[in-house]
Design a protein. Structure first.
Lengths: 347, 348
């Protein structure tokens, strides 16, 4: 746009939200997240009175109700942390690959982390919390590089279709390998089950503390690349023309996103589709500017995973439903919707 | 001049055709023999080995102490189901791949098999049904999933790539439904979960095998009879109708038959991973580009399941369900196929 006097294009209002609207949405998202946190502590497979909740928040765990609430607090914290990491990771991944279908689960990167963790259990005895996080991040990194390499072979580079297919195939292959490793090893079955099926259920503050440094580094790297991702969105040549070192920027941002989803998988097992759904929702709210989109994706991801965890505890009473199952049930139709909305030539 | 040359050319073409037909027949015969051999080995080998004579007598209905129970009640239903499921998956897979002109469009990649599996798991684990009720639930669900995928992929016509991506989404959803059903049922049984997620022949009974066998006997010949029409459909709808094919009717018959085969087999042993995806391309590699792939692909499917089951049971120290073995084989092949297509610059 050469002069400020020209009338804005019809959808410019959608792309460039005025500041107040974004701030308003920020408040709304924070309020929703706060409400969900309260719900997550108050509601569970066991009904608990208000007195117990207040006492438990004060640190007491004498009655059964208080003990239940005391277990829900770290669980809620874990859901928030993991959801934020996955939402942010997905947003960065979609920015780096300029691919609306990018998601740590869809691209098979979570399964890379899973395979690394399971292989670590089975062959190298890597059971300590820190070792799990490192192996998961390494596995996520290898899977990301592999999928990107396979998906960008041939004409047209990494198109959304090629990346999504490469990711789905890789995820299928990795899942088979995980099963093949797990099955004969009765001795590690319990470790794997508590890690993989547990979702956010087995949370303790110790486990959260172990991954938190990794997540914070990933968060910082991701948020710092927001401006560069904005340039990348214009296309590689324009971004280079604007003075970005495209390959470096892309590598650094991808590293941030791999750190986030690898560490998240290390504590909560492979959870798919959060990173897919959240950035798309946030783009509707705050537009495509990554400086707003990334923090929003983190907050919304936290809210989504907390909500999924609460719903999972309520619908399957007296048991509970793994968050990963719920996010897939919500996320897969969303994936289909995005595929349908895409124009064929882009696919 | 041409009139003089032409007979020789026609002769050469005719000879080539005869030669290729002969080669095709011999390949099919070899595949069939291999299937029979693998079937026989499945019956003989196990914790106790029974010589071919004992096995033959049991199969013919005679009473052999020991062998009658082990072979007749345990191994025979398993081996029969392996063959039936392999034939069904192979046939259905290659039908979809031919009809949609894309090797990735096999029913296990695009979620039809896992839809059937989710329904079967729900019927068995939650509702406590068995036998043909389960098969009917599976076939209804599989048809529903197939129609849903086709409907969702329809936007100014159906584009193969969009159909595959939507199928991948549907497959992810079906798998999470399976996990949900199994966790609802209470005890999370890893073996039971594996049956419905990747397919397994463990604990096969005649009760599960018979519906799949009947479905194969009815629908298999029907599909094979449609081979010529299917080949014409591959040329495009307009060409096919110019050749005198009733395009829509053929397509409906073929889809219903293929989905029916899949659903009955899945209700018996779960979605044995990647058999329908692998059978077609392997058969094409062996037979070459001429003639219908339906029968060779079916035989390759049966051989895959039999061999993978033998490997899973005896070769690896642990007893792996057959679906884990085919999954470990099939998924890397899927990646290889994507790499090759990307490199060739094709648009998939």
């Amino acid at each position: 746009m050469t002069s400020t006097g020209t009338a804005p294009a019809p959808d410019a209002a959608l792309v460039r939200r005025p500041g107040p609207a974004r701030v308003l949405w920020l408040l709304v998202v924070l309020a929703v997240l706060g409400a969900l946190l309260a719900t997550s502590v108050a509601i569970g497979s066991r009904g608990v009175g208000w007195a117990d909740i207040v006492a438990a928040l004060g640190g007491s765990s004498e009655t059964i109700g208080e003990a239940a609430v005391t277990k829900r607090i770290p669980r809620t914290a874990l859901a928030v942390v993991v959801g934020a990491a996955l939402g942010l990771s997905g947003a960065v991944m979609q920015g780096v690959t300029r691919n609306p279908l990018a998601d740590p689960g869809v691209l098979g990167i979570n399964m890379g982390a899973s395979l690394a963790v399971v292989a670590g259990f089975a062959w190298f005895g890597l059971f300590s919390e820190t070792a799990i996080v490192w192996t998961a991040i390494a596995g996520a990194g290898v899977a990301a590089v592999f999928v990107y390499a396979v998906g960008s072979l041939g004409r047209g580079g990494p198109t959304p279709l090629k990346l999504a297919l490469a990711g789905a195939a890789t995820a299928a292959a990795l899942t088979s390998f995980v099963t093949a490793i797990t099955l004969p090893r009765g001795d590690i079955a319990e470790s794997i089950q508590s890690w993989e099926i547990g979702g956010v259920g087995g949370a303790t503050f110790d486990r959260i503390g172990t991954v938190l440094p990794f997540l914070l580094v990933g968060l910082a790297v991701s948020l710092l690349s927001a401006r560069s991702l904005n340039s990348l969105a214009l296309g590689d040549e324009l971004a280079a023309g604007l003075g970005e070192r495209v390959a470096l920027v892309r590598g650094v941002a991808a590293l941030g996103s791999v750190l986030l989803c690898g560490a998240a998988t290390a504590v909560a097992g492979p959870i798919a589709f959060v990173g897919l759904v959240v950035p798309h929702l946030c783009r509707l709210l705050v537009g495509v500017d990554h400086r707003w989109l990334l923090p929003f994706s983190a907050l919304t991801g936290a809210a989504l995973l907390t909500a999924a965890d609460v719903v999972g505890r309520v619908v399957a009473r007296p048991g509970e439903l793994d968050v990963g199952i719920l996010t897939a049930l919500i996320g897969a139709p969303f994936f289909i919707w995005i595929v349908r909305r895409q124009k064929v030539r882009e696919l | 001049m041409t009139a003089v040359v032409a007979p020789a050319t026609i002769d050469a073409v005719a000879r080539g055709r005869v030669r290729r037909a002969a080669r095709r027949r011999s390949v099919i015969a070899v595949l069939a023999v291999l299937v029979v051999v693998a079937f026989a080995v499945t019956l003989m080998v196990g914790r106790t080995f029974y010589p071919p004579g004992d096995v033959l007598r049991v199969v013919l209905g005679q009473e052999v102490p020991g062998a009658s129970f082990t072979v007749g009640r345990l191994r025979l239903p398993r081996a029969v189901l392996a063959v039936v499921a392999g034939l069904a998956f192979g046939l259905a897979g290659v039908t979809f791949q031919t009809m949609l002109r894309n090797p990735l469009a096999s029913p296990d990649v695009i979620g039809i098999t896992s839809g059937a599996s989710a329904a079967a798991a729900f019927a068995i684990v939650v509702l406590g049904w068995s036998g043909s009720a389960v098969s009917v639930t599976a076939i209804v669900a599989a048809l529903g999933v197939a129609m849903a995928i086709y409907g969702l992929a329809f936007k100014d016509g159906v584009v193969g790539t969009r159909l595959i991506l939507i199928g991948i989404g549907v497959a992810a959803m079906s798998r999470s439904l399976i996990s949900w059903v199994l966790s609802e049922a209470g005890a999370w049984d890893f073996a039971e979960a594996l049956r419905w997620l990747t397919g397994s022949l463990n604990g096969t009974t005649w009760e599960a095998t018979v519906p799949a066998l009947v479905a194969l006997l009815v629908l298999g010949p029907l599909l094979l009879a449609c081979a010529r029409q299917l080949a014409a459909l591959q040329l495009g709808d307009d060409t096919a109708s110019a050749l005198g094919i009733r395009v829509d009717r053929t397509r409906v018959v073929v889809i219903v038959a293929a989905v029916g085969l899949l659903a009955f087999a899945t209700a018996a042993c779960g979605p044995i991973a990647f058999v329908s995806f692998l059978a077609g391309p392997i058969a094409a590699r062996i037979v070459g580009p001429h003639g219908s792939l339906l029968l060779p692909a079916a035989l390759v499917g049966a051989l895959l399941v039999l061999v993978a089951d033998l490997v899973g049971q005896f070769a690896l120290g642990t007893r792996y369900p057959v679906g884990v073995v085919t999954g470990v084989l099939g998924a890397p092949y899927l990646i290889y196929l994507i790499v090759r297509t990307n490199r060739a610059g094709g648009s998939l």
